[in-house]
Design a protein around this ligand. Structure first.
Ligand code: UD1
Length: 342
């Protein structure tokens, strides 16, 4: 049985689908603070299999202990559950430190107590900050975090590193995601931000759908070919596949050290204007936008050196930016027409 924390969220739900399709038994634990329980129904609709589900707050040690007591067959964990809004983390730092760090420590304690030997951790390219050299590889320097959210990812990796040193029986893989986008091709699950989206793609799809008046492009005076900032947008299904490979790597003892780190990106950067143009072309929907000032804390450009993940995991991003944007658009339409009113 694989425990997927945060399994009703964006990346967690897609990864649960891929796990079930591969024949794994899946237990989802989520406190539903930023997602809905009916995601479980749609995971079942896609796969024909229903994951186990527990509404658990993993930052609460009693609740976490109870979860592990109730499910003694957990073999491996994929730990997604975390708060992830950069701006909110600046406003409420303690909430972020408590939520993101306590949950990790509660899980690690229970792994030791119940002899669970494998953990895949959901990390972020945010740890590289504004990189000195591009593309960024796994040994590129870690920069001082520019938000409490980013700091929780750095500290989490340090906690894992320290535990790995003294617990050689436990194996860890940290996956550093670049910018996850897109949705399942069935359009039954996808990204579902509550309120006004912070991230680019949901803002674009909501603007396209007419829910937002215009996208604000945060800065066109960066040192990039068209002046807008550049990111490495990675499809969520491609990303999910990397988690399945990581889980199999751990379960089959193919890992080379008991703490490994991989970048998950496409290796290609796209500017904000390129994303808008590609969306308009592929989805046949114009996007109103206006250029405004830079967003505080944003970096200019980042994209991944994916060679290590390609060679070592045998994994490669397959979807193009256009394909991912189309699935995000299909999901936005499906959600608004079929699910929102329920
Ligand atoms: C952000 C976080 C990152 C986190 C990730 C999680 C920051 C600084 N970084 O990444 O740590 O892991 O989300 O999802 O917030 N943009 C616009 N208009 C918008 C929204 C975004 O122009 O309305 C631009 C941004 O300036 C950026 C690009 O689009 O250049 C992508 O932004 P976003 O989707 O928010 O992701 P990141 O900021 O890269």
């Amino acid at each position: 049985m694989i425990l997927v924390t945060g399994g009703t969220g964006f990346i967690g739900s897609h990864t649960s689908v891929e796990l079930l399709r591969e024949g794994f038994e899946v237990l989802i634990a989520d406190n539903l603070s930023n997602s809905y329980a009916d995601v479980i129904d749609r995971i079942e609709e896609i796969t024909g299999k229903r994951p186990f589900f527990e509404r658990t707050d993993l930052s609460n040690s009693e609740e976490t202990d109870l979860l592990f007591e109730k499910y003694p067959k957990i073999e491996a964990i994929i730990h997604f559950a975390a708060s992830k809004a950069v701006g909110e983390s600046v406003e409420k730092p303690l909430l972020y430190y408590k939520n993101n760090l306590n949950s990790l420590m509660n899980i690690l304690e229970n792994m030791k107590r119940h002899s669970v030997k494998n953990l895949v951790f959901s990390s972020s390219c945010t740890v590289y900050g504004e990189p000195d050299e591009l593309p960024v590889h796994e040994r590129s320097p870690i920069k001082i975090a520019n938000s409490p959210y980013g700091n929780t990812k750095q500290i989490s990796e340090e906690i894992i590193q320290d535990v790995a040193k003294v617990s050689s029986e436990i194996n860890f893989i940290s996956l550093r995601y670049f910018n996850p986008i897109g949705a399942h091709p069935s359009a039954l699950i996808g990204e579902l931000p509550l309120g006004i989206p912070n991230n680019l793609i949901p803002y674009i799809t909501q603007t396209g759908y007419g829910l937002r008046e215009a996208l604000k492009v945060f800065g066109d005076d960066y040192n990039t070919p068209d002046g807008s900032a550049i990111r490495d947008y990675i499809d969520v299904v491609d990303l999910s596949r990397a988690h399945i490979i990581s889980i199999k790597r751990l379960l089959n003892h193919k890992n080379k050290a008991n703490f490994e780190i991989f970048n998950l990106g496409t290796g290609t950067g796209s500017s904000v204007f390129e994303v808008i143009r590609t969306f308009e072309k592929v989805c046949g929907q114009k996007i109103n936008f206006k250029v405004v000032g830079r967003r505080e804390g944003d970096i200019e450009k980042v994209w991944a050196d994916t060679r290590y993940a390609n060679e070592e995991l045998g994994w490669k991003a397959e979807k193009t930016l256009g394909q991912s944007l189309k699935t995000a658009w299909d999901w936005e339409n499906y959600y608004r027409k079929n699910l929102e009113k329920k």
